[in-house]
Design a protein around this ligand. Structure first.
Ligand SMILES: [Zn+2]
Length: 279
């Protein structure tokens, strides 16, 4: 054992300052709410007093900290669809906004074989403080917006934007360019596949690949989409396609076009009963 091991930096909300990012940002607030976009893993930011969670800057630039390219695509998508978009402000290594707080990976102690020093033996008190500062403000904002829209008779399509690595940790290549993820409500899947295939002949679309939505381990789709019965989809894009400004813009354009087509053709879009428990 090393005797001079650095003490792990602990989260303390009183140490957040004006140079730390807000817990969420909302783009295009006045946009038409035909779509509500979210980006749970938009940021690799860590509160400044947490010393990068004890990780190197290199580790914090990797996909373990955030979804590379996803925020860029979502910004273009918000503009293309004229839709509001919500971006979480902090790294998923601080607290993962797409995990229930009860998930063992809500505050991951290890991510893709990298130990996260500040996430070892996090007390329930500290976990709750991270959630209060970096998780709930983002999700409450989204919940409030969706509830107000539904109360006003609107049926927005809820779209959760993510990105995935081109290779698995064992080196195996992932062939899909994009993935369409859902759990119980698949009504947008076939129309979206048709729309993407019409735009990009031969496109390789993963249906619940490279991940599947799973109620106990995912948060945003079950909570914001399924629980409210809203039409919804989680869109995953392969990172090597969107890690340049041109790539991000191109895929945002394709996704905007596909979503518009589906919004126009998949009518009527209805509120379904809570499907989280209908298995
Ligand atoms: Zn993600």
């Amino acid at each position: 054992m090393m005797s001079a091991m650095r003490e792990s930096p602990r989260f303390d909300p009183t140490l957040l300052d004006s140079e730390d990012p807000p817990p969420f940002t909302l783009h295009n607030q006045g946009g038409r709410p035909r779509f509500i976009l979210t980006c749970d893993h938009a940021s690799a930011a860590v509160p400044r007093h947490m010393d990068g969670l004890g990780l190197t800057a290199d580790d914090l630039s990797r996909h373990i900290a955030w979804d590379i390219g996803a925020a860029e695509v979502t910004k273009h998508l918000a503009a293309g669809l004229d839709a509001p978009a919500y971006f979480s402000g902090y790294s998923r290594l601080v607290i993962d906004c797409n995990r229930p707080l009860t998930s063992p990976t809500s505050i991951p102690s290890v991510s893709d074989n990298t130990q996260v020093p500040a996430n070892q033996a996090v007390s329930p008190h500290e976990a709750a403080a991270r959630a209060a500062a970096c998780y709930w403000p983002y999700h409450r904002q989204i919940s409030g917006a969706l509830d107000r829209l539904i109360a006003a008779g609107e049926i927005p399509i809820f779209v959760a934007m993510h990105s995935f690595t081109p290779r698995m940790s064992d080196g195996a290549a992932r062939p899909w360019q994009i993935g369409l993820l859902f759990e119980h409500d698949r009504r947008l899947v076939a129309p979206l596949k048709a729309a993407f295939s019409a735009q990009v002949p031969g496109i390789c679309i993963g249906e619940n690949e490279p991940y599947a939505i799973d109620g106990p381990s995912d948060y945003s789709i079950p909570e914001h989409g399924q629980k409210r019965g809203l039409p919804h989809i989680e869109i995953e894009i392969r990172q090597d396609l969107i890690d340049t400004p041109e790539g991000a813009e191109l895929w945002a354009k394709r996704i905007a076009e596909a979503l518009e087509t589906v919004r126009d053709t998949a009518q009527p879009l209805e509120i379904l009963p809570d499907v989280n428990h209908n298995t």
